[in-house]
Design a binder for this molecule. Structure first.
Ligand code: NDP
Length: 255
């Protein structure tokens, strides 16, 4: 049982991109803190399987698949979520993609795809949720940023540009929506071994480099993001607005 300030009992939470990886871990974590969970991704079968797995573990979870890059699907999806479960208290904007390649050869379509999924969709889903939350004068929005909101590496320019944008979009949302009763913050994960990073995990040189570069000496485990999400989604964070909480094993603390 979570201490009262961190208790999410009965709160309704939508986590985008939660059929696997970080999103699924966050959804499960919020569920274990008492929240009722709406899982989202494009692959409806995989989203339903994830929801079933949470239900099998005694959590209250339903699938609400839609594509965060499609404005009409987002509008219909949010309406569908609220019809399925009730008024949304918490949104985690987590859906994201990675497309690696040198910037000199970066195709326009790849740039646009990453920016649309990782940045514009945060605005799109966030705006849709905030309109609903504002009418009730309460809500929590947590955007998933990245180490790449602060620093870049060769080969991930669109991703870094998008995640840098998420950091400032979080602040822009904060200054407009805090007066409406909505807390907007972000979590900046370091390196976590998920499908998004499968190429890096399989690369022995990168694996050795990231272990050496991370003060904690290892990759993060997706469960280790849950504490930050529960905190930011809870009453304990009622006066926390516009922050990016980095959960990175200390990477950003040193050179
Ligand atoms: P995964 O690739 O493991 O999972 C991504 C999830 O997003 C899937 O559920 C995927 O399902 C969904 N998704 C992708 N595109 C869309 C879309 N257009 N509409 C709806 N859902 C979509 O990634 P991670 O769990 O690693 O990453 C999750 C978030 O965390 C991302 O924002 C990522 O940038 C961020 N992050 C990850 C880090 C890491 O080390 N892994 C580090 C820092 C940040 P489907 O394909 O079926 O739609």
């Amino acid at each position: 049982m979570a201490p009262q300030r961190f208790d999410l009992t009965g709160r309704i939470a939508l986590v985008t991109g939660s059929s696997r990886g970080i999103g699924l871990a966050l959804a499960r974590g919020l569920g274990e803190a008492g929240a009722r969970i709406l899982l989202n991704a494009r692959d409806a079968a995989r989203t339903e399987a994830a929801a079933q797995a949470l239900r099998d573990d005694g959590l209250d979870a339903l699938a609400c698949p839609f594509d965060v890059t499609d404005p009409q699907e987002v509008a219909d999806g949010l309406a569908n979520c609220e019809q399925l479960m009730g008024p949304l208290d918490i949104l985690i904007n987590n859906a994201g993609i990675q497309r690696r390649g040198p910037l000199l050869d970066m195709p326009e379509e790849t740039w646009a795809e990453v920016l649309d999924t990782n940045l514009t969709a945060v605005f799109r889903v966030g705006r849709e949720a905030a309109r609903r939350m504002a009418s009730r004068k309460r809500g929590k929005i947590i955007n998933i940023a990245s180490l790449m909101s602060e620093v870049a590496r060769p080969g991930v320019a669109p991703y870094a540009a998008a995640k840098g944008g998420v950091r400032l979009l979080t602040r822009a949302m904060c200054v407009e929506w805090a007066p409406l009763g909505i807390n907007v913050n972000a979590i900046g994960p370091g390196y976590f071994a998920t499908e998004l990073n499968a190429d890096l995990v399989a690369d022995a040189t990168f694996d050795a480099w990231i272990r050496a570069r991370t003060p904690a000496g290892r990759w993060g485990k997706v469960d280790e993001l849950v504490g930050a999400a529960v905190f930011l989604a809870s009453d304990a964070a009622s006066f926390v607005h516009g922050q990016v909480l980095y959960v990175d094993g200390g990477v950003l603390a040193g050179l």
